[in-house]
Structures are given as structure tokens and as C-alpha cells.
Design a protein around this ligand. Structure first.
Ligand code: HEM
Length: 102
């Protein structure tokens, strides 16, 4: 009997679909973007995450306020990323926030 293990992280790091996959390159999502079912942080098909748009909006608002109000600095500059099973910063990405002066 065969068992297949598929992981989102494995597909997202596949250079066949995402050239130079570890490079921070937001432009790779512009235009037509990645091929169907290759970029799937929220799953795909009929059981795809129903909270997708809500989560994206919430993250956008959060990042907007963080960037607008604070300068921030990582307290662990080279923090490792662990995969468990999703990739996350090993120590939870501690940051020091400095309010912008108005
Ligand atoms: C960054 C945030 C989130 C990520 C990365 C995420 C990711 C996912 C993934 C990968 C699935 C499985 C999809 C599949 O089987 O193809 C899922 C399912 C689901 N998500 Fe999310 N999700 C997020 C936020 C949310 C939020 C905010 C809600 C609700 C307010 C939510 C509600 C659900 C529900 C109810 C399911 C089960 C859908 C089903 O099985 O029919 N998620 N999510």
C-alpha cells in the first residue's frame, strides 16, 4: 500500500513553480501570478478556507498599523525558521518596537 505525504511548504519551495523560492520577491504574485493550485496557503477546492478574505484583511490592517506607528527591530537577527508542520520563526519572532515621532 502506498501513502503519499503532500505539504504546502514543499510546493511553495518548489523552484519549478517559484524560481529562487527563498528570495523575498512579492512581484512573483503580480500579473497572472503562480499557476493554479501551486500557491495554497489557504488550501484549495471545495474545502478551501472560508476565512481567507477575513484573515487577509485582518493581517493587512495589523501590518498597516505596525508599519505606520512603529519602527521595529528583530531581537534575534538570524532567527531560524522551523517547520512544524507550517514554517514559523523558532522563537516566535520577538521584536522591539519604537514609536514614530510625529
Ligand atoms: C492566516 C490565516 C489562515 C490560514 C493560513 C488558514 C488556512 C486554512 C487551511 C489551509 C485550511 C484547509 C483548507 C483545505 O482543506 O483545502 C483551512 C480551513 C478552514 N479555515 Fe482557515 N485559515 C486561516 C484563517 C481562518 C479564519 C480567520 C477563519 C474563520 C474566521 C478560518 C476558518 C476555517 C474553516 C472553518 C476551515 C474548514 C473549511 C472546511 O473544511 O470546509 N480560517 N484554513
Amino acid at each position: 500500500m502506498f501513502q503519499i505525504y503532500w505539504s504546502t511548504n514543499g510546493v511553495h519551495r518548489n523552484p519549478e513553480f517559484f524560481p529562487d523560492p527563498l528570495k523575498f520577491d512579492p512581484s512573483r504574485y503580480e500579473g497572472a501570478g503562480p499557476a493554479p493550485y501551486t500557491y495554497v496557503p489557504f488550501g484549495g477546492g471545495p474545502r478551501m478556507c472560508p476565512g481567507k478574505e477575513f484573515a487577509r484583511l485582518e493581517i493587512l490592517v495589523f501590518m498597516h498599523h505596525i508599519a505606520k506607528r512603529f519602527r521595529w527591530q528583530k531581537t534575534i537577527p538570524d532567527e531560524r525558521i522551523i517547520v512544524d508542520p507550517m514554517p514559523v520563526p523558532a522563537k516566535g519572532l520577538p521584536v522591539r518596537l519604537y514609536p514614530h515621532k510625529n
